[in-house]
Design a protein around this ligand. Structure first.
Ligand code: NAD
Ligand code: WQD
Length: 336
């Protein structure tokens, strides 16, 4: 079975390619490398001893995308390719709408033209926005609070409408906070510029690239006053995609939406302490003001994925932090 993976050179995409290849799937990657490196694909090939059919191409370029679909005869698509920085999306919303929304429409058009009727979409907890219901269920209100989150919700709607129109099937995975790296230390998260997410920031403080962690807020309604999130090991996230593909092999049509988290919340301070233990380094930090748009706590109800996908996270925060640290230590400048 051939899986066409958009954004397969990226953080979650590269980890998913490892799991796909190890499970015996053939993999085609389409990535314009705007947020990643060709090296990630080479390292996936090194880890698995298998080849990837790689195209450096932009999914917004419809003609090139059609050529790739024509040549590769995909059985299903996993669609990761997107821009994903929340602050960036506030500064450059049109770029985000163009890339994430137009790109998704092009993928659907290519699927229609070449008779592909199964797709897995990367969505995000960002579609829930200012959550009041905890744990967050798939049926919780969808009120994204930034352009990035809105592009993710629009992507979901496009995919559902499209699959409805062709009698196809989709699995939409709403990831919470993916962190960590592959056990080999060969692939991991490599943000461009200063990281905005917590674990990459802590990692760069631990290895001396950044001076000090700013903890955004110490007066949240949480046990220690710092924000609580549902961190999930990226390898668990990747494995969720194998279950999603298996689900699509059983279901001919319909749209299926799942939260992908552990169901447990940890605070910024708990993550920092766990990272200190894993790395043996002290993380210098200072409390600063709350970051706009942040909520007190956000963690998933993961019972639906467990029941309907047969998927459950296996790793805890100690693995997340020690694997993130191994990647950072072996690759202090990322793939550069
Ligand atoms: P990433 O930036 O590492 O990977 C995205 C990949 O898509 C990159 O390799 C980039 O080069 C590629 N890409 C972007 N626009 C493209 C285009 N127009 N054409 C071709 N390739 C393009 O990000 P990630 O963390 O691996 O995220 C993957 C997906 O998961 C995204 O859709 C993101 O919105 C979603 N997601 C990520 C997180 C997270 O915290 N990392 C959480 C929830 C959802
Ligand atoms: C986690 C916690 C911060 C950085 C976003 C998206 C989500 C997903 C992951 C894409 C919060 C605190 C952070 C720092 C800090 N992405 N923090 N100092 O905001 O929960 O989730 O990224 O889809 O959908 O919404 O993740 O890692 O930025 O923050 O104190 O330097 O760490 O305030 O409590 P977030 P995060």
């Amino acid at each position: 079975m051939n899986i066409l993976v958009t954004g397969g050179a990226g953080y979650i995409g590269s980890h998913t390619c490892v799991e796909l290849l190890e499970a015996g799937y053939n993999v085609t990657v389409v990535d314009n490398l705007s947020g990643s490196s060709r090296k990630a694909v080479e390292r996936v090939e090194n880890i698995t001893g298998k080849n990837i059919s790689f195209y450096e191409a932009d999914i917004c370029d419809k003609n090139t995308l059609f050529d790739i679909f024509d040549r590769e005869k995909a059985d299903a698509v996993i669609h990761f390719a997107a821009l994903k920085s929340i602050p960036d999306s506030v500064a450059r919303p049109l770029e985000y709408y163009n890339n994430n929304v137009t790109g998704t429409i092009n993928i659907c058009e290519a699927m229609k033209k070449f008779g592909v009727s199964k797709i897995v979409l990367s969505s995000s907890a960002a579609v829930y926005g200012k959550t009041t219901e905890l744990p967050v269920k798939e049926s919780s209100p969808l009120l994204p609070v930034n352009p990035y989150g809105r592009t993710k919700l629009i992507q979901e709607q496009i995919i559902c409408d499209f699959c409805g129109s062709i009698n196809g099937a989709s699995v939409i995975l709403r990831y919470f906070n993916p962190v960590g790296a592959h056990k080999s230390g060969l692939i991991g998260e490599d943000p461009k510029g200063t990281p905005s997410n917590l674990v990459p920031y802590i990692s760069q403080v631990a290895c001396g690239r950044l001076k000090q962690l700013n903890i955004y807020g110490d007066d949240y309604e949480t046990p220690d006053g710092t924000g609580v999130r549902d961190y999930i090991h990226v390898v668990d996230v990747a494995k969720g995609h194998i279950k999603a593909i298996e689900k699509l092999n059983h279901e001919k049509s319909g749209n299926f939406i799942f939260n992908i988290g552990t169901g447990k919340g940890y605070s910024v301070i708990e993550m920092m302490k766990s990272f200190e233990k894993a790395s043996g380094k002290n993380i210098d930090f200072v409390f600063s003001s709350r970051r706009e748009g942040d909520v007190d706590a956000c963690y998933a109800d993961v019972s639906l994925a467990q029941r309907e996908l047969g998927w459950k996270a296996e790793y805890g925060i100690d693995d997340m932090c020690s694997d993130a640290w191994k990647w950072q230590k072996l690759n202090p400048e990322g793939y550069r």
